[in-house]
Design a protein around this ligand. Sequence first.
Ligand code: GLA
Length: 400
Amino acid sequence: MKKACSLILFLFTINCYSQKFDSLALEPPMGWNTWNKFTCNVNEELIRQAADALVASGMKDAGYTYIVIDDCWHGQRDSLGFIQGDQKKFPSGMKALADYIHSKGLKFGIYSCAGSKTCGGHPGSRGYEYQDAIMYAKWGVDYLKYDWCNTEGLKAEGAYMTMRDALYAAKRPIVFSLCEWGDNQPWAWGANTGHLWRTTGDIYHCWDCKKDNGGWYSLGVLQILDKQDGLRKYAGPGHWNDPDMMEVGNGMTENEDRAHFSMWCMLAAPLMAGNDLSNMSEKTKAILTNKEVIAIDQDPLGIQGFKYKTIDSVEIWFKPLEKGDWAVCFLNRKNVADGIEFDWKENSVTDSLFHKEVNFKAVTYKIRNLWLKKGQGTTGKIFKTTLDAHDVVMLRLSRQ
Ligand code: GLA
């Protein structure tokens, strides 16, 4: 009897501490991350200013919530092994910074790595997972991005489970963002472990290029987009494919930024802005805060969109939405403008994975152009439009 009770208690304890926090990230997380623009040049002033700018720019109002410090915030571990922030960069301490971010109605995110060192060479969490989770909980962290550098000998699934369990044991609900670049098919096991997982290597602010970093490559928007093929079945509320943080406002053209943003929304991707929020142009702001486009990303069904067909170099993407609505995005990959004539009635669309179907012969939809922010007739007529180079036309179809 005693043995049976101990066994039950043991299994109960394991079960209690072996899970991720449920009911977090039921929509793709939205926020801002330091890495794409500032790399290792982070400090408390920058983060406070970003939090202020997120509010002042209307981005908070549009749904952006998390302020995430990526690599290079770390100081050394103390004599007991607990991690400290870099005191020069963060003289007020991490807790004070978290408090400031929370006082703005925002949430605080931080970065670590499953390896012995982060990608930037700072102390990693290997062997310190539970201690790090305790510190994050003490500071008031709400989001952890967990990277995969310097992990020789580790198994990805197990290493990410360890941190998941450490976070759970520390008892503060924290969104867990797996950043293992898709090397070990995180989509196959990530839903039990975290709330989002990177599907590729790092993004670079170009439309269609690869950047050689000396042995490894960062990828342009189209390269990353193409790597999402086949992954939509793994995504849904609380567990998202992450095609990396955004490069909107970081040097591409306005058309490219708009197309990049639109496609991330069609993918139900996490929307982590990666630009300088304190110095952003009106055009960048207009892209990042288009609420009707954001609503496509944040749709409660949480179904990732799919490429329906390609005509010349124009891709046509569909995404099922709540209440029987659909998002449709025409993407011109080419370097020159193009035109498209799309006869809805010749294109009934079936999403066999999520059991959604649209039959334009049977049902007529109202069309709303989400960038022009106006109605454009119905699906009763052929849709004719021009597309600039590297640009999109994005529509929401609603039942009449
Ligand atoms: C890796 C990640 C990036 C960023 C850097 C930080 O490259 O994929 O997103 O976090 O590390 O060093």
